[in-house]
Design a protein around this ligand. Sequence first.
Ligand code: M6R
Length: 606
Amino acid sequence: MCGIIGINSNKPVSGTIINSLKKLEYRGYDSAGIATLSSGQINEVKSEGRVDNLEKNSLVQNMNGTIGIGHVRWATHGLPNSINAHPHSSQNVSVVHNGIIENSTLLKKFLVGKGHKFKSQTDTEVIVHLITENLKTEDIVNSIKKTLKALHGSFALGIIFKDHPDLIIGARRGSPLAVGYGPNENYLGSDSYALKSMTNKITYLNDGEFCVIKKDHVEFFDEEGVKVNKKVLELSSEEKKYDKGDYKHFMAKEIEEQPTTLKNGIKEYLDNSNNDINIYNFPWKVNEISSITLIGCGTAYHSCLMAKYWFEELTSLDVNIDIASEFRYRKNRFKSDTLYVFVSQSGETADTYAALDLCNRNNMKTCSVVNVIESSIARDSKFVLPIHCGTEIGVASTKAFVGQMLILYILALKLGLMRKDIEKEIFLEKLKDLKKLPELVKETLLTDNKIQTISSTFNEAKGSMFLGRGFSYPIALEGALKLKELSYIHAEGYPAGEMKHGPLALIEEGMPVVVLAPRDNYYKKTISNMQEVIARGAKVLLITNKSKDEIVSENIWETIEVETANDDLLPFLLTIPLQKLAYYSALKKGYDIDKPRNLAKSVTVE
Ligand code: M6R
């Protein structure tokens, strides 16, 4: 996490750095800082909290310099205060860092022994002193090469030097980093989103590479310090600008955009003239695949869990799912007939990337479902299925979740057909239903007022539970995650049938419990589980789909009915009221909806 920006220009840079940092805040927002070179010295200003605080600082307003670096932080080592905020500087060198230096304690001991004085509790400060030390004997490229070799862990770095006022160094291992090209100026950024307002010409650094950014050209080096040639990519202009429009929060906008997300996804993958699904250039034959393993983190993991149900329903493949941070360190039995699918909105999540890398190194079939198509995960997977949901800014994932589910459902349908696990007629029926989904989601989005009122009860409670069975279980987990990350209310998702094996002990008088019970195969069983929690005093919010059949249960506190669809598609509709519940609950509490505490949008550390 953490966001990095660097600008080497012939105009003053502090204002542009601040504006870029605002764009990068989704990566971390507990402190921010900037350093520029002017009058032959490094000037550094840092503030606790948001970039706004930094911007208001009079020292920033008077900052000169045509070369500089900036940072937004998501704390790993040391408290989120202004001392630990980046940049970290010695007299000669100033550094911004995203990642974790695992051997920082050892390096610090060595550097203290050499007389270096440390000011912060961060791991980053060792990089500053190590470069300063190496510069005593080496030229700039060799001092960087030597420093990077000594570091264990992950990093993206931006570095400026008092004695080399014409350049910025960028370096990458594990954490993403991009270079952007402008007229008489060049940039460094932790992702293309931050650079897009300045340029659409980008080069991504590969792992182990570093670069020297001058105003008029950029040179790239591999970890041995050997020059490498890199391609300049042209980014599509459509995503240059993404703002809140008339919405109060990005999240509100992103929730409302979901019918469009679905429409776009359907348009990209459905071939209307042939009534088929187009998965262009899928590189493997169906008989080369007999199992599928889906891997992700957080919300993306919930889409993997959702997909498990669909793949089991629509194909005869063996289906496994995994949390990336667990997968990457387990003794996996890699199988060449397994398709490994990596699901990620950002495409930069460190654990998911590491799991992908592990599979690639074992020569496995790797495929990713990502939103950011220029991301590391997309670039390094052998096959990519883009989500096409547009930029998602809200830290709490909404439209990307729906987008991921759509693509995974489409993949399950297509593989089911290709493997002859489902009949053509069933496939066609399901395609027909799928085309109606955007409209059904749009209708479901209209159930607004009731949720606003309901959210107050959740805010007053000590904790809450989200229950579902079958297709609704992953959605229960996602609903609980949304509520906890936005409202800081304890919320747990459970398979409804599992309650009696322990969690039922948590139910007490008045506890809000969301029960997802659409009229699918699991309906009756879930209603029985619902009665068990009502009998113990729970205030049940039942979320079901519209039906002419009455709900046969007493003492339900509130009911929300979403639109009706075939069983496979109900999870999309059930998701909507849960997103809104979390949104309104946080809104009423006055919390920062787009940037919940302690979190960041892109989790590029382990
Ligand atoms: O970018 P990714 O999809 O790989 O991110 C994975 C998780 O960090 C992310 O889904 C996280 O759980 C969200 N904050 C959930 O709303």
